[in-house]
Design a protein around this ligand. Structure first.
Ligand SMILES: *[C@@H]1O[C@H](CO)[C@@H](O)[C@H](O)[C@H]1NC(C)=O
Ligand SMILES: *[C@@H]1O[C@H](CO)[C@@H](O)[C@H](O)[C@H]1NC(C)=O
Ligand SMILES: *[C@@H]1O[C@H](CO)[C@@H](O)[C@H](O)[C@H]1NC(C)=O
Ligand SMILES: *[C@@H]1O[C@H](CO)[C@@H](O)[C@H](O)[C@H]1NC(C)=O
Ligand SMILES: *[C@@H]1O[C@H](CO)[C@@H](O)[C@H](O)[C@H]1NC(C)=O
Length: 365
């Protein structure tokens, strides 16, 4: 860094002298020096200011181990941590299912779902969201106020046994409770899972390729320091009253958010889940869950985001698949964000009827 400053100062001084020597014979030679120095300075500056916490995609194996070692250090959490959820002190799971009791899943998928989205949950149950010994899928909701809906939810759970509900009302501003509850569930009720995927119910997960990604590009033994997602690098805090995402200065004083994961599909390793959970339990409540957890708190535990945007289908690619599937060849872990039930079914049909690549990274057919 000292060298860099020296070089840049030298470049500036050189430029000043150059101006006086306009008529000198060595004018062009000096121009070339200046240009070279300028390019070097800019390059070094770019490299040195490239955010450290953003890693390159590609070296997924960096994040894996070949022995299964991690176990959640629950004993380091405060007494009665189980019944605390951030600032709620009487927390319980009002609906709880324990599918990890009998198996050791490779992947635990916790799907944030609005209690009223029965249709969507049924679509997922019939497509990518099927439970298998290696994949456990659970739908995560909060409490509902309408008695009729409450009853429907209970009936749905009796039938499928794949819901989780926490003792807070399901609401937009309660999303952070839901996300931290997902961590709590993984830590206390599914500690065997090697990877944890937090997703939403309007998302398509390419399960066959995801399994190869975890087993081949990552490791069947699990990973560490993983926070794989679509990264939002620079987002302004929205202050307009018309915005659904309006945040007051009191809630969040800064002008921009730190880089964070878009919350619709985040793949975590258990150690990251645990550290984020511990931070979240101590931190003030902030309602935009992905910003808070994968931006602010991820910064505190110094975990690197890995942007896997290249493994997400764009809308254009999705339409290609749906309308002319033969021309399509790209490996994708997720469909585009906010897909409709109809599109989820179509993508599932596509995935089922096509060969799954053995590896995402090496693109081995
Ligand atoms: C795990 O990897 C290390 C080196 O990376 C190797 O020495 C060891 O034999 C491997 N263990 C297993 C069980 O594959
Ligand atoms: C928690 O629940 C207990 C009994 O269920 C009650 O006595 C206590 O006041 C509650 N605490 C809070 C903070 O709501
Ligand atoms: C899961 O395990 C817990 C305790 O370990 C037990 O109380 C519960 O009945 C088990 N549930 C199932 C579905 O096996
Ligand atoms: C969030 O949940 C809490 C606890 O159940 C509740 O008091 C609050 O009203 C909920 N927030 C909204 C916006 O509904
Ligand atoms: C799809 O991949 C195969 C081999 O992997 C290649 O031969 C073929 O040209 C590709 N098709 C398109 C449309 O890119």
């Amino acid at each position: 860094m000292i060298n860099l400053t020296f070089l840049c100062v030298a470049a500036r001084n050189n430029a000043r002298r150059l101006f006086l020597k306009m008529l000198d014979k060595r004018f062009w030679q000096n121009i070339i020096y200046v240009v070279i120095l300028f390019v070097v300075c800019v390059t070094i500056w770019q490299i040195s200011t490239y955010p450290e916490h953003i890693s390159n995609v590609g070296v997924y194996s960096l994040y894996t181990s070949n022995t299964s070692t991690y176990s959640y250090p629950i004993h380091t959490l405060p007494f009665d941590d189980y019944h605390q959820l951030i600032n709620l002190h009487n927390f319980t799971f009002t609906i709880l299912n324990l599918p990890c009791n009998e198996t050791t899943p490779l992947l635990l998928i916790l799907v944030h779902s609005d209690p009223k989205n029965v249709e969507t949950r049924n679509t997922l149950r019939q497509t990518w969201g099927r439970n298998t010994p290696l994949i456990k899928v659970l739908f995560v909701t909060g409490l509902v106020r309408r008695p009729a809906l409450k009853q429907l939810l209970e009936l749905e759970n009796e039938e499928y046994g794949d819901l989780i509900q926490g003792s807070f009302y399901d609401a937009y501003r309660n999303m952070t409770y839901k996300h931290v509850m997902v961590f709590k569930y993984a830590i206390y009720h599914c500690p065997q899972a090697k990877y944890i995927l937090k997703t939403d119910d309007d998302v398509f997960v390419n399960i066959p390729l995801m399994m190869n990604f975890l087993n081949v590009d990552l490791s069947p033994y699990g990973g560490s320091r993983m926070l794989f997602c679509t990264l939002k690098r620079k987002a302004m805090v929205l202050r307009s009253w018309r915005s659904k995402w309006r945040v007051s200065f009191k809630e969040y004083p800064a002008k921009t958010y730190p880089p964070y994961c878009l919350g619709w599909a985040i793949l975590y390793s258990p150690d990251v889940v645990f550290e984020l959970y511990r931070e979240a339990q101590k931190a003030d409540y902030f309602w935009i869950d992905d910003v808070h957890i994968t931006g602010t708190l991820a910064g505190r535990i110094h975990v690197n985001h890995v942007d896997i945007d290249n493994l997400v289908l764009s809308y254009r690619e999705m339409n290609n698949i749906l309308h002319q599937p033969l021309a399509f060849n790209h490996s994708f872990l997720y469909g585009a964000a906010n897909v409709k039930n109809k599109e989820i079914r179509a993508l599932w049909d596509y995935v089922k009827s096509h060969h799954t690549h053995y590896s995402v990274l090496r693109d081995i057919p």
